[in-house]
Design a protein around this ligand. Structure first.
Ligand code: ATP
Ligand code: FE2
Length: 328
C-alpha cells in the first residue's frame, strides 16, 4: 500500500509518498517570511503556489523508484492544528487529488503524526511523547483509545518563546539554534520565572523576563538561563507523565528537539527512572510530509477515511479529540 500525504500547517509545505516499509519520496518547500513576523496569508499563498510542483516532484521521484500514480491508494493531509489559511490551501489540493485519482481521503491530526512517525522510525512502542515545536508544546501518551494530553502550554509554544526572545536580542530567525550556540558559552545561571501549573506550562512570561534581563546580564548568560529554565519545565512535566502512566519510554518530537541540551536533560531524567529515551532522525522531527503520509497510511488501513464533504479543516484540532482507529 502507498499513500501520498501533504503537510502545510505552518511554514513548511511538504509532500511525501510512503509505504509500510519506508518513505518512497518527499518534496519540501519552506516559506521564508521577508521579515521575522508571522504572515499566515503569505504562507498560504506560498503553499498555493508550490503545491502542484511539490506533488509532481514527489510523484516523479516515486516513479523513478517504480511506484506509479496508479499505485497510490489514498491521499492524506494535515487537518489541523495550524494556521487556517494554510490548512485550507493544503486541504483543497488534497481533495482535488483524491477526486482525480479516485482514492479515499484521510484527514490527519498533525500532533499525532509527529508521535506516529517517531514510533515508526525509532524502537519506541508505547512512549510518553514530548512534542515541542514553534507553535506547540505538549506531553502526550496513549491510553484506552485516545492520545491524552498530559500537559501543554497555556500560552505560546516553547519554540516561539525562544524565537521571540531571540528577535528582541537582535538574533535572526529561527532563534532556537542561535540561543543554543550562545548558551553553550556560559555557566552562569540567572534565576528566571519557572511556570508549571499543575501539569501545564507557560512560556510567555519567561520569554519576556529573559528579554528584560538583557539590560543587566550578558547575552550568553541569559541564553543559558532561558534554556535551563524552559527545558527543566518540560522535563518535569514529561517525568510526571511517565510516573503517572507507568510507561517506560520517552519520545522526543518537534523542531526544538534538535537541541542537544534538551536531549541531554531528557536522557538524564530517563536514565534515573530506568526509562528508554528515543529521538528520531532530524528529518522526522520538524514538520514533514512523511509523517502525514505515514499516519494517513495507518488510518487508511484501519478504514478511517473522510467523505469529501466532511473534510473541513480545524485550526484548533486537538489530538485528544481523535478516536484512535489504528492501535489497539
Ligand atoms: P509546528 O507547526 O509544529 O509548531 P514549526 O513550524 O514551529 O512547527 P518546527 O520545525 O517543528 O516547526 O520547529 C521550529 C522551532 O524549532 C523554531 O521555533 C526553532 O527556533 C526551534 N528550533 C530549531 N532548532 C533548535 C535548537 N537547536 N534549539 C532550540 N530550538 C530549536
Ligand atoms: Fe509540528
Amino acid at each position: 500500500k502507498a499513500v501520498l500525504g501533504i503537510e502545510g500547517t505552518a511554514w513548511n509545505l511538504s509532500v511525501a509518498i510512503v509505504n509500510e516499509k519506508d518513505v518512497i519520496s518527499e518534496a519540501t518547500d519552506m516559506y521564508v517570511p521577508p521579515s521575522g513576523g508571522i504572515h499566515p496569508r503569505e504562507a498560504a499563498q506560498h503553499h498555493a503556489k508550490y503545491a502542484s510542483l511539490m506533488v509532481k516532484k514527489a510523484l516523479d521521484e516515486a516513479q523513478e523508484k517504480g511506484i506509479e500514480v496508479s499505485d497510490i491508494d489514498a491521499i492524506s493531509f494535515s487537518q489541523g492544528p495550524g494556521l487556517g489559511a494554510c490548512l485550507r490551501t493544503v486541504a483543497t489540493a488534497a481533495r482535488m487529488l483524491a477526486i482525480t485519482l479516485d482514492v479515499p481521503l484521510v484527514g490527519v491530526n498533525h500532533c499525532l503524526a509527529h508521535v506516529e512517525v517517531g514510533r515508526w522510525k525509532t524502537p519506541a512502542d508505547d512512549p510518553v511523547t514530548l512534542y515541542v515545536s514553534g507553535a506547540n508544546s505538549q506531553v502526550l501518551a496513549y491510553r484506552m483509545g485516545k492520545y491524552r494530553v498530559f500537559g501543554e502550554t497555556l500560552d505560546i509554544g516553547l519554540g516561539n518563546a525562544l524565537d521571540k526572545f531571540a528577535r528582541s536580542a537582535g538574533l535572526s530567525h529561527p532563534g532556537g539554534p542561535k540561543i543554543e550556540q550562545l548558551a553553550g558559552q556560559s555557566d552562569n545561571y540567572i534565576p528566571m520565572p519557572y511556570v508549571v501549573k499543575g501539569m501545564d506550562l507557560s512560556f510567555s512570561g519567561l520569554s519576556t523576563a529573559a528579554t528584560e534581563s538583557l539590560t543587566k546580564y550578558p547575552l550568553e548568560d541569559v541564553c543559558h538561563s532561558l534554556q535551563e529554565n524552559a527545558f527543566a519545565m518540560v522535563v518535569e512535566v514529561t517525568e510526571r507523565a511517565l510516573a503517572h502512566t507507568e510507561k517506560n519510554e520517552v519520545l522526543l518530537a518537534g523542531g526544538v528537539g534538535a537541541n542537544a541540551r534538551l536531549r541531554e536533560m531528557l536522557d538524564i531524567m530517563c536514565e534515573d527512572r530506568g526509562a528508554s529515551f528515543y529521538v528520531p532522525e532530524k528529518r522526522f522531527m520538524g514538520d514533514n510530509g512523511a509523517m502525514i503520509a505515514y499516519l494517513g497510511l495507518l488510518m487508511y488501513e484501519a478504514g478511517d477515511t473522510l467523505d469529501i464533504e466532511d473534510s473541513h479543516v480545524n485550526p484548533n484540532f486537538r489530538p485528544d479529540a481523535v478516536d484512535v482507529s489504528w492501535r489497539e
